[in-house]
Design a protein around this ligand. Structure first.
Ligand code: ATP
Ligand code: MG
Length: 195
């Protein structure tokens, strides 16, 4: 058995407590050595005016993971401009980490439902063990069966936390304390994000 490395990709606009709890839970349940939090450079499926810059999103991830020695910010998708396809990122990660590494790609159920729209979903499933965690309002039965057959499903606590909600709260002047790590809340405040 190789080294087991988890990857949690996302827009992280901003990273929130839900991401961290899921990351820790998967790490423990699968006995992983590390969890990479991997911000996306250019999310192919969303755009909105108040979106934070790539650098701000990555910096917030860095601030959020600093206390956990098993967590790490991965800048692999930020090294190249433009859209990174997950399948391509996984190939690059594999080359970089060398043989004897087992990759576990963590997806929330909402993300897993979208997988048929990805570039080469079968390729992704061949490069990493895709591990799906539940998310409120997303039914895992909505996941394409031909892909779901090759995924692992973990029952994890249902966390009603989303970056969309956090951005809306900031915009409305409502508190986000405890929904994001304190350092992240301070960063959002200092940089005037999501106003
Ligand atoms: P947004 O509302 O902007 O889409 P988000 O909260 O969904 O933000 P993302 O950066 O899009 O955060 O998510 C990264 C990954 O984490 C995705 O696979 C997503 O499904 C998963 N995820 C995010 N929040 C949760 C949650 N509360 N429970 C389970 N999975 C989650
Ligand atoms: Mg999302």
């Amino acid at each position: 058995m190789g080294r087991r490395i988890g990857i949690l990709g996302g827009t992280f606009d901003p990273i929130h407590t839900g991401h961290l709890i899921i990351g820790q839970e998967v790490l423990r349940r699968l006995g992983l050595e590390r969890m990479f939090f991997m911000p996306s450079a250019e999310p192919p499926h969303k755009r909105y005016p108040e979106m934070a810059s790539v650098e701000a999103r990555a910096e917030m991830v860095g601030l959020a993971v600093v206390d956990n020695p098993a967590f790490e910010l991965s800048r692999i998708e930020l090294e190249r401009p433009g859209t990174s396809y997950t399948v391509e990122t996984l190939r690059r990660l594999r080359r970089r980490l060398g043989a004897g590494v087992d990759l576990y790609l963590v997806l929330g159920a909402d993300n897993a439902v979208e997988m048929p729209t990805w570039c080469d979903p079968e390729g992704v499933l061949g490069l990493a063990q895709v591990t799906v965690v539940d998310r409120p309002e997303f039914d895992r039965r909505q996941i394409a069966p031909h892909l779901a057959r090759h995924m692992t499903f973990l029952e994890t606590p249902l966390l009603e936390i989303s970056s969309t909600d956090i951005r809306a709260r900031v915009k409305a002047g409502q508190p986000i304390r405890h929904l994001v790590p304190e350092q992240v809340a301070r960063f959002i405040e200092t940089h005037g994000l999501y106003r």
